[in-house]
Design a protein around this ligand. Structure first.
Ligand SMILES: Cc1cc2nc3c(=O)[nH]c(=O)nc-3n(C[C@H](O)[C@H](O)[C@H](O)COP(=O)(O)OP(=O)(O)OC[C@H]3O[C@@H](n4cnc5c(N)ncnc54)[C@H](O)[C@@H]3O)c2cc1C
Ligand SMILES: NC(=O)c1ccc[n+]([C@@H]2O[C@H](COP(=O)([O-])OP(=O)(O)OC[C@H]3O[C@@H](n4cnc5c(N)ncnc54)[C@H](OP(=O)(O)O)[C@@H]3O)[C@@H](O)[C@H]2O)c1
Length: 242
């Protein structure tokens, strides 16, 4: 059976750096929960090539938004980065994913921890009312290689009750922590930066580089936190981008 695809039109392709881009797309109306993803596709040499992308827009916003990086050897991302206004982007009709607040138990603090493009689903979550209503503390952590990859800063800094912590790993950058997230969990630098304990009263969502997810989960588990599962609630929820 052939798959059904919805057709969207690109209305903006913002380039943050030569590798980082945000696409805004009009057309498809999709029901989803903030934190979910959907497959997007282009026709390349006669084949429809699809990849999952997290929504950056809030569900109530009818303009779809995706944030991506060019993986130079990848088939889809370099072509997405080259899309222009008016170009067609195919969107699957079935958003999915469990990196959503409705799956989480109650807690005092919500920690949204990301590397690179892994910030995308957290932007969607932060654009809804749910985190602000449900959690006394909301922390966004974003780790990138270079300071210029700290995207969406202007919007993030306007979120009044957000604790926003950045890591820049491959150059010295004032205002950002150096090194990697797992080490900063283990040695207490992340808690110190947030001014909050990272313990049983926290819910931690992790998204991005699979090695970061593994190493950060291990560091959190070493501190007594557990993977969250429907049948055995814990504090750690992860989504891997590759
Ligand atoms: C649930 C889910 C949600 C995703 N959401 C996003 C998103 O919002 N934005 C986004 O840019 N990507 C996202 N991805 C990754 C995306 O689906 C593609 O893999 C990526 O755009 C590269 O596509 P490609 O065809 O060019 O290369 P691919 O053949 O898909 O990937 C080649 C290699 O590139 C690397 N890579 C893939 N994705 C990334 C990335 N995001 N950052 C750094 N290195 C990467 C990996 O080493 C991978 O093996 C998501 C993946 C999953 C599973
Ligand atoms: N086209 C271009 O010009 C261009 C430019 C840049 C990147 N890219 C592509 O994008 C890919 C990389 O994307 P990215 O920089 O967003 O992602 P990334 O390699 O995952 O790096 C993002 C952040 O995650 C950190 N990290 C990596 N492994 C970790 C681990 N095990 N634990 C904790 N933190 C970890 C990195 O720290 P470290 O710095 O310590 O690894 C960095 O701070 C490259 O493979 C390349 O294909 C393309």
């Amino acid at each position: 059976m052939s798959e059904t695809w919805l057709e969207g039109k690109v209305i903006e392709n913002r380039h943050w750096t030569e590798a980082l881009f945000s696409l805004r797309v009009e057309g498809p109306r999709l029901a989803f929960e903030a934190g979910q993803f959907v497959r997007i596709a282009l026709d390349i040499e006669g084949e429809r090539v699809a990849r999952p992308f997290s929504f950056v827009n809030a569900p109530a916003d009818p303009t779809l938004e995706f944030y991506g990086i060019v993986v130079p050897e990848g088939p889809l991302s370099p072509r997405l980065a080259r899309l222009g206004v008016g170009d067609t982007l195919f969107v699957a009709p079935n958003p999915a994913g469990f990196l959503v607040l409705s799956e989480l138990p109650e807690a005092e603090s919500l920690w949204l921890i990301s590397t690179g493009t892994g910030i995308a689903p957290f932007l969607s979550i932060l654009r809804t009312e749910a985190p602000w209503k449900r959690y006394r503390n909301v922390v966004l952590v974003h780790a990138v290689r270079q300071a210029r990859e700290l995207v969406y800063q202007e919007e993030i800094r306007q979120m009044k009750n957000l604790k926003y912590i950045t890591f820049v790993s491959r150059e010295a950058a004032g205002g950002s922590l150096a090194g990697r997230i797992p080490a900063a969990v283990a040695d207490g630098r992340l808690e110190a930066a947030a001014g909050l304990p990272l313990g049983q009263a926290s819910q931690v969502m992790l998204c991005g580089n699979p090695d970061m997810l593994k190493d950060t989960s291990a560091a959190l588990i070493a501190r007594g936190l557990r993977k969250h599962r429907r049948r055995s609630p814990g504090q750690i929820t992860v989504e891997s981008f590759w």
